[in-house]
Design a protein. Structure first.
Length: 115
């Protein structure tokens, strides 16, 4: 089992910044991918960004140039720096951990961007 604890969501004005953190604990396998997904009301959950344990990253086109994903493997923690936030970024953001042993999700953290 893997437990994920997210933090850093909140309310911010358009153009502002937020930093999300997600700490993983439990049966962590050294080769894994961690990422952030988001789900807005009435929409499907979508990938925002992901990063492998080797440091390879992947971003949704809608956040490229504004969001940066990073990780600290010594702390099993992944971060999402979100800059130039837009109202359309408003969603519940979920942390995800995946390895050959399975897929795990955090409880979600609300990000609200006001116009």
């Amino acid at each position: 089992q893997v437990q994920l604890v997210e933090s850093g969501g909140g309310l911010v004005q358009a153009g502002g910044s937020l930093r999300l953190s997600c700490a993983a604990s439990g049966s962590i396998f050294s080769i894994n991918t961690m990422g952030w997904y988001r789900q807005a009301p009435g929409k499907q959950r979508e990938l925002v960004a992901s990063i492998t344990s080797g440091g390879s990253t992947n971003y949704a086109n809608s956040v490229k140039g504004r969001f940066t994903i990073s990780r600290d493997n010594t702390k099993n923690t992944v971060y999402l720096q979100m800059n130039s936030l837009k109202p359309e970024d408003t969603a519940v953001f979920y942390c995800n951990y995946g390895s050959f042993r399975g897929d795990y999700w955090g409880q979600g953290t609300q990000v609200t961007v006001s116009s």
